[in-house]
Design a protein around this ligand. Structure first.
Ligand code: GDP
Length: 445
């Protein structure tokens, strides 16, 4: 069962309870049966579900509840607390600080989304103003360095790796030393993943950890692995000192209950969840807002942070351009990037209180998100001078074809984007310039 459905099932069970005229043991048992069944269908570990049932029952049986005027509220609160406990080990997560050099090591099985998450985390802290570097200490998988290089370049993150050196410990040490010397705030070291629980993999992880002494070790787990999450998390915990967890592939339709509750096996907090393949598809995780959101109560913390991250004030150049009535391709890219930083429309709506999971159904922002992403690939394939232009340079077909090849789209897709840019440009022209609306509203501009 996907998490939105789980939220809806829990809500509906609570509503049934509110309709009961008497809240007796039978009513509480029925509520717990429904909720525990839903949790099990979402792959939450059976021991944890059993514990949740016992904890809520123990509370309900207490004398004070019998005397309490509002039994429903007490039960609801107890349930909310128990759901939070499923995903919260009660440990404050480690966070890097600007100006204090720290090293973070990533571990996890191959294909779990480790390299992608390294880049997402690097980009996240770069947006917060930190100097972040990435090190590829995966010499096992052919192409691992190329993948990290490609991801890091796309996110404009400095990286370190080697095509010749076969010893991952050596590379990790060199990379960390280099970035430390260059006064980087956060150094992220990606390690090799390989296959399930290979002894060699764990030995290598231990050696790298001993050599670079990470301030934090992030365990990356695939959110779609269901019940297997518990044993996988335990295996990693036995070898390395897991400091935090990132759960990936928690996109809209993922089940995720297994992985999310596997946090109990490690005793370490989930710090982020990956919600897609794109660099910005990373959501900060904290238990109470997560459970609130799942139950359709909104996630105001997430919303506030998303808006802060947009950093609109950094667009001074664009404001100057607009005042002059100029709108370059780069201006368009920056605008669209700001929108993309906020994440898909459906995600933003999900953070708003009052938007229940049922109300979210039918909203499909995927198409527009896909189009924005393809625009970003187009912009990435342009040169600086092309980006700084008004797009007319692409009347040259050879140039158009080059960018199409580089970005993996058809020339006609680029023309459609240029057409949109032109339309934006016309609006900007009307607003800006000495006779424009902006200067009438504010002569100083
Ligand atoms: P690694 O082998 O652990 O380094 O895994 P990669 O970073 O190469 O990721 C494996 C695959 O999972 C790639 O195709 C990624 O694009 C994809 N992936 C990673 N994180 C996410 C996520 O949060 N959502 C989705 N849908 N895909 C993801």
């Amino acid at each position: 069962m996907v998490l939105n459905e789980l939220g809806a099932r829990i809500n509906s069970a609570l509503q049934t309870l509110s309709r009961e005229s008497v809240i007796d043991e039978k009513a509480v048992d029925a509520l717990l049966r429904e909720i525990c069944g839903a949790l099990l269908e979402s792959d939450v570990n059976v021991r944890l579900v059993q514990q949740l049932r016992l904890n809520v029952k123990a509370l309900v049986n207490k004398d004070e509840l019998a005397a309490s005027a509002n039994k429903r509220k007490v039960i609801q609160n107890a349930l909310f607390d128990e759901l939070c406990r499923l995903v919260d080990p009660g440990v404050q997560p480690w966070v890097p600080r600007k100006g204090k050099q720290s090293v973070v090591m990533f571990v996890g099985l191959q294909g779990s989304g480790k390299t992608t998450s390294c880049t997402k985390l690097a980009a996240y802290y770069k947006r917060k103003g930190m100097k972040v570097g990435m090190v590829c200490a995966d010499t096992f998988r052919a192409g691992a360095f190329d993948q990290l290089k490609q991801n890091a370049s796309r996110a404009h993150i400095p990286y370190y790796g080697s095509y010749n050196e076969a010893d991952p410990v050596q590379i990790a040490m060199e990379g960390v030393a280099k970035f430390k010397k260059d006064k980087f705030d956060l150094i992220i070291v990606d390690t090799s993943g390989r296959h399930k629980q290979e002894a060699e993999l764990f030995a290598e992880m231990e050696q790298i950890a001993a050599a670079i002494k990470p301030d934090n070790t992030v365990f990356v787990m695939d959110g779609t692995i269901g019940q297997a999450a518990d044993s996988q998390a335990r295996a990693f915990k036995e070898s390395v000192d897991i400091g935090s967890i990132i759960i990936t592939k928690m996109d809209g339709h993922a089940k995720g209950g297994g992985a999310i509750s596997a946090v109990a096996a490690t005793g370490s907090p989930i710090i982020f969840i990956g919600t897609g393949e794109h660099m910005h598809d990373l959501d900060r995780f904290s238990a109470r807002p997560f459970v609130s959101k799942m139950l359709g109560m909104g996630d105001l913390t997430g919303l506030v942070e998303t808006v802060q991250d947009m950093q609109l004030d950094k667009n001074e150049d664009m404001m100057k351009n607009i005042a002059k009535g100029v709108f370059t391709l780069k201006d368009m890219r920056d605008q669209l990037q700001s929108i993309m930083k906020m994440g898909p429309l459906s995600k933003l709506m999900g953070m708003m209180p009052g938007m229940s999971p049922e109300m979210m159904q039918g909203i499909d922002a995927d198409e527009s998100t896909r189009r924005l992403r393809s625009y970003m690939c187009i912009f990435d394939s342009m040169t600086e001078s092309e980006l700084g232009s008004d797009g007319k340079v692409f009347e040259d077909e050879a140039r158009l074809r080059r960018v199409a090849r580089g970005s993996g789209v058809r020339p006609v897709d680029i023309q459609a984007m240029l057409h949109q840019h032109k339309q934006f440009g016309q609006i900007v022209k009307r607003m800006g310039g000495p006779k424009g609306m902006l200067s009438k509203m504010n002569p100083a501009m």
